[in-house]
Design a protein. Sequence first.
Lengths: 311, 346, 547
Amino acid sequence: MKKYVLKRVLTSIGTLLAIVLVLFILMHLMPGSPFNDEKLTDVQREVIYAKYGLDDPIVVQFGRYVVNMCKGDFGVSYKISKNTPISQLIETRLPISIGIGFYAVARGAVIGLILGLLAALKRDTIIDTVCTIVSVIGVSVPSYVFALGLSYTLGFKWKIFPMLYDSADALGSSVMPSIALSMFTMASIARFTRTEMIEVLGSEYMLLAESKGLSGTKLIFTHALRNALIPIITVLAPLVVDLMTGSLVVEKIFAIPGVGSLLVNAIQSNDYNVVIALSFIYSAMYIVIMLVVDILYGIIDPRIRLGKEGD
Amino acid sequence: MSDISAYVPRKEDFRLKNETEELGLDSNFASQNFWKEVVIRFFNKRSAVIGLVLILLIILFAAIGPGMNDYTYEGMIQEEKNLAPRVSWLEKFGIFDGSETMTTSVGDMEVNKYEDAGLTDTYYWFGSDIYGRDLWTRCWSGTRVSLIIAIAAAFIDMLIGMSYGLISGFFGGKVDMVMQRFLEICNGIPRLVIVTLLLLILKPGMLTIIFALLLTEWVGMSRIARAEMLKLKEQEFVLASRTLGAGSFFIIFKEVLPNIVGPVITQVMFSIPTAIFTEAFLSFVGLGIPVPKCSLGSLISDGYNSFTTHPYQIIPPIIIMALLMLSFNLLGDGLREAFDPKMKEM
Amino acid sequence: MKKRIIAFVLAATMVAGMTGCGSKSSDSASQGAAGAATSTDLNVMIETGVESLDPQQATDGTSFEVIADYTDGLMQMDADGNPINAIAESYEISEDGCTYTFKLRDDANWSNGKPVTAADFVFAWQRAVDPEVASEYAYMLSDIGQIVNAEEIIAGEKDKSELGVKAVDDKTLEVQLNVPVSYFLSLMYFPTFYPVNEEFFTECGDTFATSPETTLSNGAFVLDDYEPAATAFHLTKNEDYYDASKVSLTGLDYQVIQDSQTALMSYQSNTLDITLVNGDQVEQVSADPEFNTIGAGYLWYVSPNIKDVKELQNLNIRLALTNAINRENVTSQLNDGSLPTYTAVPRDFSADFSADQDKFGAYCADDATAAAKYWEAGLKELGVDSITLEMKVDDDDAPKKVATVLKSEWEETLPGLTVDIVTEPKKQRVQDLQEGEFELGLTRWGPDYDDPMTYLGMWVTDCANNYGFWSNEEYDSIIAECTTGELCTELDARRERLYDAEQLVMEDAVIFPIYTAANATLVKANVSGIEFHPVALNRVYKNTVKE
């Protein structure tokens, strides 16, 4: 087991480094620099390039970047907030985005599970159809449309929740954005739960348990749901990261000071350092989540671990 | 004994068995054609058939819809901006008569811009947009664009992902190790970041979007192909083929591939809606199809800007998109169950 | 069995529901609290965040506006945009127009109690031209302000201490110019010229102007809640401001809102006192007495690439393109109060230069028949019967709308023309235009100072903003004459020569002007006295009253 964990951790670190390299190259392939403004002259641009070391060979820049990053220094923002260390920008924003994401995942997972369960148990009935339709709406209507709809009804018409993010009322202001974000998670979890449950319910051990005379509730919750939950963990992990994507636009609509809106601004103003830093953080979170899931999975299900070691 | 060992077989000792009777085939199971079974199972599932019919209907409308009236997707009529939906035969029932309730800061008011502008003979079935373009025509030509993008992306990513997964799974060992690490890196970069960067580097357009979608979607496909390959490569028919001297690529593409068609087609059906959805997101961040062409995504994001003013502009593309997602999902579900008889027993 | 499942599901739903209710009640309580506080803070919506609060580093309108909220320069703008004394109590101009002597007022203090001195200005201006600071607006001191040695210092040829500005004593500032600059006083309200206290700056080091603690105020307000790239920040009235009696607001509450519909809804539920409205929402508010359109000064125009694109080298083709634009149509599409513009210097800019709209309007009138005639002649000269052109456009809302209308108008009026629209992020579009990687480009220019030269200076040979690479000796000589030559001081003659220059640009269709931008704005009825300007500081709140 130890060997397996160590191997997974090492490969994750390698992956992360490779990702930094790819991001770095991609960013530099991008035409346009953060200093393209109508009002800058060539001479001034050269001066600024020299100031930030952007005129060095790309290899030198990359080396310097990796070294600094190991010290926890992502460099400074060129454009969004001039000369501010990026770590400082991210520090206050990341918890807000993670908080909203967490609410969204929790809400989406609970409701999704319930819907999926209902659909599976009442397969091919009207309940199943309704659940399917609800989950399809969840995956097919973009989260920004939900967000605006919520903002218009709950926020503007009925004035239940604030339309703009208010740091003094973090909980209240995260309700609408997290609902908007959770729709996709909810829908995906519902679909997946349904499929998994149907498969588990049809398996031989369920037949065995049933023939042993186990009661319905116990049968479903201790045997069926538990077995169905394991694969659901694996879809939940990437969904958490997908949430961040959704948060980009939702943060804009609710004026939330999170990392999503920062990334959008950074991409639009070619703020290289901020884009790389945020992409790196996204990737790191993704890889860590995948790593945790893999290790958990290895603990729960020894076949996986052995299978991987066998490769 | 020595006689037999010395015996040299001659040509006449062998002859081909051509006659079916002679072969003694098991006639009881002769009708159990795999594909026939699949088709029967598929058509027995009502929701799957509904999905298929819906998809065919939408494709039909995407093909003929834009030609059903005289408007074009890019033709603007300055005087006919922001008109609400109006359909001639529904008009007399008091719905779709071109009137709309406008919420303004000085109170709600009921307006009928057709009457105000004296357009007695003008009908926009889905209404017109802020430039005075017909939304019906735009919706269906947008559906066309979205479908082309999604289907092209899904099929190309099937080809790439499948080959990658099959090769990786078949060779195993070092090859698999390297290929899987590469895949992990591709998967580790957030999809949005890579797509956005790519669209900034490349010239925006349909091909670029297909390419960008492709880059992010093939990973799932290759995982499935690899898992199937790992399962199948230990089986006897692969061993048999190998003993007969078949090369690796023959085994991969001629022996194993036909056996994984089911899960692969199912996955394609699921990746089409994902592609449509991703394209919609790209449109919203301004990296979609170049104007004045449109896709479902760009129509939704255009309609979004008038959401509080003229809500009818966002509704048709959202409904079409939801129907498309629904039907592809139903179709996918139906196919999966049709290909996997284990699930049928349920 | 079934009942138990349903019971479980119900229980789970209730739990989910209750968490929702819990946050709901806590929220409405806090909302009530916020509503109860009756202050006269002005709630201001901005579209983009502050990029920098360092007056010599800032480049964007939002940053300028906020810096000016809490910093006064030598001069400030009156309601009409004319320079009036601020930190300067009086000034003298030497007879040759090359030496300005400013006397600073005695009661001007920084918020840490120290007096504002001439040395603060010297320090700030030297920072502005210091190549190490790399201020993007350094050219305001050199090319535009013509301060002695500024150009050489920026180029790294001289030390910054040689800049032609010196503190004669604590309260006297003397500025030396190379040539007389007629609009020099109006530059003094531009934030690049704002003072910075050297001692305080050195104390803050790298963190200067990144938090309330690292900013110093000498103006009407004090920054008291801010962090870099914040989406909401706050300023309070500066009680020690020398003009504090005239400031009636208790503070300014800024909120960055990027989504126009959210902004409008917030305004309608009284969370905002002033907001911008997107053209799509104008229909909802156009009947509202609180609705206003305010000129923003930006000239939007299409720049043809005259150097590299053979079709666009042809004058007839260019004239056909510019004449085929129905500018009224474009602005009605934008619907935010933007004005159709037919000249290279936009409307309502530089009051004594507005005769040009009548003078040169005919060069690009909306005249389909004239356009078609030019087009035919052009095609004949080129010997082709169809042309495909590509137009690069920012991927923002307004430019995309404009491009969509232009494409449709051009293709309709000019047979055989196809225009492909390529949308790009603004930074990339600017780079493409500067490097000549384009055929047609939709671009804009905002005025830096109140003189037509801020526009006409663009089309001299080799100017980085002369995207079309147009070159005309006569034009170059007129511009030189009017900037550094003998016409600097003779205002009437200079104006006539600038008209001549503009005529050259129009005759040659160097650019296709389209419209002068305006902002559709909503301001609450109980708010008065917000001053709007197209130049430098877009909004000034010093004299604003909220009842």
